[in-house]
Design a protein around this ligand. Sequence first.
Ligand SMILES: Nc1nc2c(ncn2[C@@H]2O[C@H](COP(=O)(O)OP(=O)(O)OP(=O)(O)O)[C@@H](O)[C@H]2O)c(=O)[nH]1
Ligand SMILES: [Mg+2]
Length: 220
Amino acid sequence: MSTREIRVYKDLMGANEKWAGATRTLLSDQDVVMLNLIGSPGAGKTSLLEAMTPHLSKQARFAVLEGDIETTRDAERLDRLGVPVSQLLSGGACHLEARLVNQALTDFPLRDLDLVFVENVGNMVCPAEFDIGEKAKIAVLSITEGEDKPLKYPLLFREARAVVLTKTDLLPYLEFDLPACRRNIAQIDASLPVFEVSAMTGEGVPAFADWVINTPQTVL
Ligand SMILES: Nc1nc2c(ncn2[C@@H]2O[C@H](COP(=O)(O)OP(=O)(O)OP(=O)(O)O)[C@@H](O)[C@H]2O)c(=O)[nH]1
Ligand SMILES: [Mg+2]
């Protein structure tokens, strides 16, 4: 009688949940809040972090974990501003997994930090499905992507605790319907705060940074 082998791989999400849980415990023990920025490639996530840095660094001690498929380019951008930063390479995956984030966090001096931002791999879909142990997910949507995106990719907007609408300096040049975009976001979750920002002009950046700093952890 011949035998045949069937390999079964399971519980991948379960393993991810365990690492996410370990991270949550690690961060709450050290009283550090971690925010997971999620948005399409080029939505302006790194630019938002760069623009927030002068304002945030006056009020909080923060570090950044940069998620990408390849290169250390984004980490280099934050490093140039003096922000403590590590680059996480996803190995081709479209999202960061909790284990990699946990490993990187254990190398940070968490005792000296109040906040950690994770810039997830540029993607509006996959990262929203994965818990990495963050306190809150933040949706980053640029106005160049179109006002219909919250309706077409609702999971991110269901999971997020806030939305940052980026590149508002381009509003005069686009047919982007801002009120419709706000209505579409509200259709997914009417309680979501929406911040309109331009990393280029700096408009709206302090308001979002203040929200990050002043929002009680219990609300996030
Ligand atoms: N006009 C304008 N352009 C912006 C703004 N923010 C970012 N950009 C431009 O958008 C492009 C992408 O910006 P990034 O900050 O690299 O976007 P990202 O979301 O970090 O991209 P990935 O990490 O590759 O997913 C760059 O050319 C930026 O200069 C903005 O507020 N206004
Ligand atoms: Mg980036």
